[in-house]
Design a protein around this ligand. Sequence first.
Ligand code: ZN
Ligand code: ZN
Length: 320
Amino acid sequence: MRAVILERQGQPVQPTTLPDPQPASGQLLLNIKACGVCRTDLHLRDHEIEATKLPVVLGHQIVATTEGGRRVGVPWLGWTDGTCHYCTTDRENLCVNARFTGRDIDGGYAELTVADERYCLSLPDELSDVDAAPLLCGGLIGYRALRFTGDAHRLGLYGFGSAAHMICQVAVYQGREVYAFTRPNDRRTQDFARSLGAIWAGASNEFPPEQLDAAIIFASAGELVPQALRALAPGGTVVCAGIHMTDIPSFPYDDLWEERSIRSVANLTRKDGEEFLALAPKVPVRTTVTTYALEDAEQALADLRAGAFEGSAVLLPTTD
Ligand SMILES: [Zn+2]
Ligand SMILES: [Zn+2]
């Protein structure tokens, strides 16, 4: 099969051919139709998080069909032990032996893959392959982050990329006010956020016109944490939704005082996936997607790093 592999961190990903994967017991052999490009893939490529196996086929937002023709989605959570303290208390996202797609298990930058059937998700029929792919990480981990903001009415989104462009739509559907924060002078992304229902959009170092009840940080810049904290009303929460962040600068305790809190969100449970994929067509979440041929994966990652497109990038293994 054709595939793109990461052989050494810090080096470009490379198109290659690999033997067709063979499904083990309980696994499905999957024909990949589309695979979303996630910032986590870029963190692995750029060696901002450690790889656990090399070479590895990146990609954990996989839309594929089974040998029987059924369409499934393969997310980041690829396997759990089902027996640890976390699995047995409804927190399989924190499983101590979890294996993640596109890091511990070869993922979706390929024509074919295998996946444990128990972790594959059903996809809403309303969405095309390309439109469904970004939901599988940005959408559903973003949704988990949104849940941790409780019933916050005024919601800040810091970093308006793949996840935020979907979660903005969900938040507006839920009747919240969305305040979008981008890199300073990124007028194009600020206009994009307003077009998706944000009532205010500005630079990440600006204060919003109203204090926020919660903020979700999708960007990986640690200095956004104290900035978001200073934009919160008393009792507000900052939710850090990414797998990697640069160091967080110190800040005065006064900024945390009055029951403000900071928390992270890690991975997903299958329940998050089921809930979000049922909700997405009701909103409906409309994805803005730039597509790339599989062999152009390195370009897609470079464009993600540079902020060259709005919304999400999706790789297409075939162009038929
Ligand atoms: Zn476990
Ligand atoms: Zn991801």
